[in-house]
Design a binder for this molecule. Structure first.
Ligand SMILES: NC(=O)c1ccc[n+]([C@@H]2O[C@H](COP(=O)([O-])OP(=O)(O)OC[C@H]3O[C@@H](n4cnc5c(N)ncnc54)[C@H](O)[C@@H]3O)[C@@H](O)[C@H]2O)c1
Length: 669
């Protein structure tokens, strides 16, 4: 397809005629059939809702097809309207339009739907089983058209995938404001998502799916490497001891697919169970996992051999993770580190596959007998936890990987509660690792995308970022030296580790100062013509972006972890400090109703305005969360916010006074 054809296809938006029907491609990884939750009247409403995008004379033809889709898949994806061009991020200048910022957003949207990046590309799902960019293909088409037509005096308003329209604004305003799944709190239960998503009025945006900031599994490899490495450091301070430790986990999907690669970078042997053979195949073909094994006895033999020779290898087991935990307990295979990254934020609709059923049997049961499926899952979770408990009694360090494993296991009545019946037996990775070691100091998943699409630009940005960190390291306080050293090591190895899937993107954990200085250096390099434009962003899974009581804010102990002021403040603050686009979501990571999370994207174009915006916005974007963490009396955050106030006289944050515990002894007697 020529560039002109591509432009025409984008500018066409909703086609005037009905395009030819597309085959359902069985080779593509498709979203599972969603449960049949709508009443007959609600189905009519869903069809009316879908048809409102089309002219009246087309309704009679489309209604039949959309009804078939609703019956067959539980949703109306409007498959027929999938565009004919290849879906991938193009160099920014290849997009039609009047606004460079809008073009950057088009690039990021296409990257989120790239077949190499997206989990279920035809259902517009980027990751996490239900993390949607749009609800249907017409929303995609219409959004791209608006972006191609808009100017820097307008803002596009996105309601859960639906482009409400372009509204007059001004150059300093965000070009796009995204909300995903914002519900009245009482209507935020998992079945509400099923119902209102089937009606076509809301969607689950995950974290970076519906905010157009997903950069493939690389985004998570870095965080996972930091987590696995620091988990290993927790159980042994000796550097050599990490080499050859055994890490057992589950999931080779969108994010979980990063686990074997991260474990290898950290120096561990890893076994990752995955029930979906297509997901195994994807990660194996991308080189993210070294070996694939289908048989449990073979797996045991291979693991024993690897342990003996301290052979750092990553193994995918095609099957259920519960079987591994049980088999390893029986065979007395010692597991050093354990976790789980099945999608338990979405337990009833394909996020977790129960033990004892084949993948096909489970899919069948889920679609046709959802209640029986739910019972199977809860049985499986009880078995799962009991097998893990056998290992932890022998010394395995098990942590919850923020996928709601402990939450759902507890709801299923599994033995995962601590003696006080309030906390869980095992820590979340944020409570033990990411919170106190990273987030409290402002370190989080800063990322960038080279909008030229050139690998050499990415290499140059890696070098620039590395030079900035090395310079900062010279004067970094003791408290953050380890983080700085890990991040320098990461960026130095990034090219060699071949982490790019989709756009030329990089992730790098950095604190507020690091993010600002790296971004400033990029903007200067753009101005000098050394590199093309750069899109900055981050995962929502960060210092300030997410209020999630069992994950990002699980190490907040002042009772405020069930509040969501921080995430809301974050996105509002980013939007008037210069973000190119902002987004606020319900449910990212751990599930609908369980979390509020927000993010941003920012285009750097080498201008003075970009320099001003990046400093103002990134400073707020990190320090908002540090201030809140410090107010919750987290020591690292108190240290970090005091340091930030010294560096910036305009920053004045209320700091907590600690109460002497001895006062309570006499008081309560
Ligand atoms: N990687 C991270 O840093 C990180 C951080 C926080 C939370 N998470 C959470 O991890 C979860 C996974 O995310 P994802 O994007 O990879 O989701 P995903 O749905 O793409 O992948 C999960 C995979 O687990 C597999 N699976 C389900 N049940 C299984 C079982 N019993 N045994 C073996 N395999 C099974 C599924 O087939 C699927 O491929 C989510 O809940 C996410 O929020 C990840």
């Amino acid at each position: 397809m020529t560039l002109t054809d591509f432009h025409q296809a984008i500018l066409e938006g909703i086609p005037s005629g009905i395009p030819t029907k597309k085959e359902y491609e069985a080779a593509i990884n498709h979203a599972p059939k969603r449960k049949d939750i709508l009443s007959a009247d609600e189905k009519k409403l869903a069809l009316k809702n879908a048809l409102r995008y089309f002219s009246k004379e087309q309704h009679a033809e489309l209604i039949k097809e959309f009804y078939q889709e609703l019956k067959a898949y539980g949703r109306i994806y409007m498959y027929r309207y999938r565009p004919d061009y290849v879906m991938h991020a193009r160099p920014i200048e290849d997009y039609p339009g009047k606004s460079m910022q809008a073009k950057a957003i088009m690039l990021m949207i296409q990257n989120n739907l790239d077949y190499a990046v997206a989990q279920h590309p035809h259902e517009l799902i980027t990751y996490g089983g239900n993390g949607a960019v749009f609800q249907n293909w017409i929303q995609y088409r219409l959004t791209m058209k608006y972006l191609a037509e808009m100017t820097d005096e307008q803002t596009l308003v996105m309601y859960s995938g639906h482009p409400m329209g372009l509204f007059p604004s001004h150059k300093e305003a965000p070009r796009v404001v995204v909300t995903n799944g914002m519900m009245i709190p009482n209507y935020s239960k998992p079945d509400d998502w099923e119902k209102f998503n089937a009606l076509g009025v809301t969607q689950y945006g995950q974290m970076t799916a519906g905010s157009y900031m997903y950069i493939g599994p690389q985004g998570i490899v870095h965080g996972t490497t930091i987590t696995v490495l620091n988990a290993a450091r927790k159980i042994s301070n000796q550097k050599d001891a990490i080499n050859g430790m055994l890490f057992v986990t589950a999931g080779l999907g969108g994010m979980s697919g990063a686990q074997p690669k991260a474990a290898s970078i950290a120096g561990c042997i890893s076994v990752t169970a995955e029930v979906n053979p297509k997901a195994v195949q994807t990660r194996h073909s991308q080189g993210w996992v070294d070996e694939v094994i289908n048989d449990l006895d073979q797996l045991c033999a291979r693991v024993k051999k690897a342990k003996e020779s301290k052979d750092v290898v990553s193994i995918a087991y095609v099957g259920n993770v519960v079987d591994i935990w049980e088999k390893f307990a029986k065979e007395n295979i010692y597991v050093d580190l354990g976790s789980d990254q099945t999608s338990l934020h979405n337990p009833w609709a394909g996020g977790y596959y129960p033990a004892g059923l084949s993948f096909e049997e489970a899919n069948e049961l889920m679609a046709n007998q959802p209640e029986a499926f739910k019972i199977k899952i809860q049985e499986s979770l009880r078995r799962h936890a009991s097998a893990v408990n056998k290992h932890t009694q022998k010394g395995t360090y098990f942590f919850d990987y923020g996928n709601a494993f402990l939450l759902e296991a507890s709801r299923a009545g599994a033995d995962v509660m601590a003696e006080n019946h309030i906390d869980f037996k095992y820590p979340s990775y944020v409570q033990d690792i990411l919170g106190p070691m990273c987030f409290d100091y402002g370190f989080g998943p800063f990322r960038w995308v080279c909008a030229s699409g050139k690998p050499e630009d990415l290499q140059k940005t890696d070098e620039i970022a590395c030079a900035v960190l090395e310079e900062m390291m010279l004067t970094s306080p003791e408290e953050i030296q380890q983080q700085m050293a890990d991040n320098i090591k990461w960026i130095k190895g990034a090219q060699e580790n071949k982490l790019v899937v989709g756009s030329q993107a990089r992730i790098l954990y950095a604190d507020a100062e690091g993010r600002m200085r790296i971004a400033e250096a990029f903007n200067n390099a753009i101005e000098k013509g050394e590199i093309g434009l750069v899109v900055l962003g981050r995962d929502h899974h960060d210092v300030s972006g997410t209020d999630s009581p069992y994950r990002e804010t699980s190490n907040i102990y002042d009772g405020s972890r069930f509040t969501a002021d921080m995430a809301i403040q974050n996105v509002i603050g980013d939007s008037f400090r210069g973000a190119t686009w902002v987004s606020i979501h319900n449910g990212g990571g751990v599930g609908w109703g369980e979390v509020i999370n927000g993010g941003f994207g920012m285009l750097l174009d080498g201008s003075k305005e970009a320099d001003r915006r990046l400093k103002m916005m990134l400073h707020w974007d990190v320090n908002n969360g540090i201030a809140r963490r410090s107010w919750a009396r987290n020591e690292g955050a108190v240290f970090a916010i005091e340091r930030a106030m010294e560096a910036e006289p305009l920053l004045k944050v209320t700091v907590p006074q600690n109460v002497d515990d001895s006062l309570f002894t006499t008081l309560m007697d």
